[in-house]
Design a protein around this ligand. Structure first.
Ligand code: C5P
Length: 236
């Protein structure tokens, strides 16, 4: 768990230059940025090093889901790329998550940096009844997956802010990283299990991940500042 909740801006942009230009505007205001499938698939590790050079903590959101050996090796690659925090699917199960844990631990034991490992539970875009083959409510299923993540040694989980309280009650060691954050009055987009920044902080979220409400704002810097002030944080 982080002492102070952190804002992470999702740089979901189709061009490296546009991502770095936006990052430059957020520098010194926001502590974390996220490169995910859209940006990283196009730009690769060079975008991560550029963001690190600008002073950001970097979250690589590729949501690994594969056989244990492949995920363990991907954790090693992510570490070499400079990622500070990465995601893998908790639905990859115990052996996959433990292989990721062992890879990160062995890097640390060798004195090398290793990313924090966060397990995706139920995507915040899923509403009730939308998960193929899953009859459980999203929040109940997220809690079950989070309990697995805690047993398998992950550092945290990705969940909706709506389920942070119930997850913290059963797995207090896990940091909760929450997408689906929407300031009052902003568009829901494709997200379903959403919460405002202020309510997410009250619920106990450790990291808030915000994309479009900032990246598509007329003034992204001002949008980020407003969210930080809702979180009661003035600057990075
Ligand atoms: O634009 P928006 O604020 O909805 O962006 C949310 C970000 O968080 C996106 O980059 C998305 O890939 C990511 N994310 C998510 N739900 C998860 C995990 C990651 O929305 N469970």
């Amino acid at each position: 768990m982080t002492a102070t909740p952190q804002l992470v801006v999702a740089l979901d942009l189709p061009e490296k230059d546009a991502a770095l230009t936006l990052a430059a505007r957020l520098r010194g205001i926001v502590p974390w940025v996220k490169a995910g499938m859209e940006l990283f698939t196009l730009c690769g590790p060079s975008v991560l090093s550029a963001l690190k050079d600008m002073g950001f903590h970097v979250f690589l959101d590729m949501k690994f889901y594969d056989i244990p050996n492949t995920v363990a090796q991907a954790v090693r690659s992510a570490a070499r790329s400079g990622a500070d925090l990465i995601t893998l699917h908790t639905q990859g199960g115990q052996r996959m998550c433990e292989a990721a844990r062992e890879a990160a631990d062995s890097l640390r034991a060798a004195g090398q940096p290793a990313p924090l490992l966060f397990g995706v539970t139920v995507l915040t875009s899923f509403g009730p009844g939308e998960m193929p083959g899953i009859t459980a409510e999203p929040s109940a299923f997220a809690q079950e997956l989070a309990q697995g993540a805690a047993r398998w040694g992950l550092d945290g989980i990705v969940c909706s802010a709506q389920e942070v309280a119930r997850i913290k009650a059963v797995a207090p060691s896990l940091a909760c990283l929450c997408p689906g954050i929407r300031p009052e009055g902003s568009a829901q987009d494709d997200q379903r299990r959403i919460m405002t920044p202020a309510k997410a902080i009250l619920a106990g979220a450790d990291y808030l991940v915000v994309g479009r409400p900032i990246t598509r704002a007329d003034d992204p810097t001002e949008a980020a500042r407003r969210i930080l002030s809702e979180m009661h944080i003035e600057k990075a």
